[in-house]
Ligand binder design. Structure first.
Ligand code: AMP
Ligand code: MN
Ligand code: MN
Ligand code: MN
Length: 284
């Protein structure tokens, strides 16, 4: 399979912090010309059966997916898993444990927001969470827009939900090693999600790529909704340097919030190994 393929291997449904169902996403992917799709809900694979069934109904080739939250060098990093066995017990337990801290974290976030005059945020955010185990900052952001505190979710993140702002609560997620192992041992491939989104020093970023590779990580998202054209080139170069395959995904969450629609991305730059080439026998 060539790099000239409209693969979209990163998006979110109501099972995590997206606003569309797996079925609506499959229909939207198909309508937008996606040729290979994966639903990658945060720390959760509860939507995989629905996504696969919906993809089949649309005649859309499908890879299982998830996006695991990890902590590396004090930063939150996201590792996408593709093509794993969604029944794998260790993977299921690992994701369950990763989700486990979200409830207490959300209560701490709400207490912190109450301290700056924004009451009721826990209950408010929970109303937006399609999956109560997966309450995320995105659900708080939607609540703060609804109550008129901010105009849009990006403003909420800028003013409230990022490091150093009221409403931000530091959290320890899974380790890089565990996340890569859960995915690989379940027969899938691990992918560094949207690498340009992290505020690493060059040394830390080099460490992330080196350790990821050493643990058996396979690929890096080169073309994503979060990257500029210059960043496509930078991470294409990093993929070559670390002998990693390349992935492509919009990170679509919602028609109202996401800048990049499903499938609406440039193709992967040439001379890279597309991750889907390595996953040809896992496509359903
Ligand atoms: P959490 O896993 O609860 O920490 O939430 C992380 C999610 O928040 C990400 O997956 C994005 O969907 C969303 N997010 C993070 N930063 C921003 C931002 N600056 N603007 C909008 N959404 C963001
Ligand atoms: Mn998200
Ligand atoms: Mn992410
Ligand atoms: Mn994502």
């Amino acid at each position: 399979m060539s790099s000239i393929l409209n693969a979209d291997l990163h998006c979110h449904s109501v099972v995590s912090d997206g606003t569309l169902t797996p079925e609506a996403l499959a229909a939207r992917a198909r309508a937008n010309g996606v040729e290979l799709w994966s639903l990658t809900d945060h720390d959760e694979i509860g939507g995989q059966q629905r996504a696969l069934a919906a993809a089949r109904a649309q005649g859309l080739p499908y890879l299982t997916g998830t996006e695991i939250s990890i902590t590396f060098a004090g930063h939150t990093v996201h590792i996408v898993g593709l093509g794993f066995d969604a029944q794998d017990e260790r993977m299921r337990q690992g994701l369950h444990a990763t989700r486990g801290g979200r409830g207490a974290r959300a209560e701490d976030m709400a207490a912190s927001l109450a301290g700056v005059g924004i009451p009721g945020a826990y209950e408010g955010a929970l109303r937006y969470a399609g999956n109560p185990e997966l309450i995320s900052r995105t659900h708080f952001a939607r609540f703060l827009v609804e109550t008129g505190v901010c105009r849009d979710t990006h403003e909420v993140f800028r003013r409230y939900l990022t490091e150093g702002k009221p409403g931000y609560v530091p959290h320890r997620w899974a380790t890089l090693r565990d996340a890569v192992r859960w995915i690989s041992d379940a027969g899938g491939l691990a992918v560094i999600a949207h690498p340009a989104r992290y505020s690493f020093t060059p040394t830390e970023e080099y460490a992330l790529f080196s350790e990821f590779k050493a643990h058996g990580g396979a690929a890096v998202e080169v073309v994503t909704g979060a990257h500029s054209a210059a960043e496509y080139l930078k991470y294409a170069e990093m993929a070559r340097e670390f002998n990693l395959a390349a992935s492509r995904g919009s990170d679509f969450h919602s028609p109202d919030e996401s800048h990049t629609d499903l499938g609406a991305l440039p193709y992967l730059p040439g001379a890279l190994t597309p991750v889907w080439e390595l996953l040809a026998d896992r496509i359903q």
